[in-house]
Design a protein. Structure first.
Length: 238
């Protein structure tokens, strides 16, 4: 699992993710509700890749829910995860992670192992949708486009469709669609915000639909959708 760590004002860095925990221990339902929002954190490197740190999912100093991490590769193949989605890479544990936090990189061989994993990952400027794993990564990165809004739309001279979305955290996303392009975007002039999207591949086409669990054969005139052979995106921290 890999992430873009948002520092604010367009600044960011990349890190492998080694764990995710919530630490929910509220005494009543309201406390638990708040903790579900503000307590979750990820185990990542600091900006200099010298220490493993806790990085909270949302800004702890804002009354608004502003996410501070973008998962760009959702692969948790080598993780041990419980029913609540908490867990870590299989050569660590929560107790070991706690002992490693903020230790110097040279103080423990496990930290060196973590750093070697981080060095192997190749980050890209743009990502293309080719398969179900690519779709899953995009859904993680955008939190399924919940509360996203289109802030720019352009049909390029080469026939590709360009859409730029604002996201409910310190980022925007640019998307390009091309190849046997079909689309209906006018509906978002009425309600610009997305609740969530369906992204699926069927018969060689990629479908991007403003609805949950929508099958392409059930598309109606009132749906926002884009259908194309190809889809590529880029995430831009702001």
């Amino acid at each position: 699992m890999q992430a873009m760590i948002c520092l604010g004002n367009g600044k960011y860095y990349f890190s492998t993710v080694y764990g995710y925990y919530k630490d929910i221990n509220g005494q009543d339902e309201y406390d638990k509700y708040l903790q579900e929002i503000y307590n979750p954190y990820w185990i990542v490197w600091d900006e200099k890749k010298e220490h493993l740190i806790k990085w909270y999912d949302v800004d702890q100093n804002s009354k608004y829910i502003i996410y501070k991490i973008i998962i760009i590769d959702s692969d948790q193949t080598n993780w041990n995860i419980n029913a609540d989605g908490e867990g870590c890479v299989n050569f660590l544990s929560k107790e070991i992670i706690t002992s490693l936090l903020n230790q110097d990189i040279n103080s423990n061989p496990l930290l060196s192992k973590c750093l070697e994993i981080d060095k192997k990952y190749v980050y890209k400027d743009k990502y293309e949708i080719k398969n179900l794993k690519d779709i899953e990564d995009l859904k993680w990165a955008t939190r399924e486009f919940h509360d996203a809004e289109i802030i720019k739309e352009k049909l390029n001279s080469d026939g590709s469709l360009y859409l730029k979305f604002s996201l409910p955290y310190d980022a925007e996303i640019e998307i390009w669609f091309w190849g046997n392009l079909e689309y209906n975007t006018k509906i978002k002039n009425i309600d610009p915000y997305f609740m969530g999207v369906t992204i699926t591949i069927q018969d060689g086409f990629i479908y991007f639909i403003d609805d949950f669990n929508m099958k392409p054969e059930y598309l109606k005139p009132e749906h926002f959708y884009v259908k194309a052979r190809n889809m590529q995106y880029r995430i831009i921290p702001v």
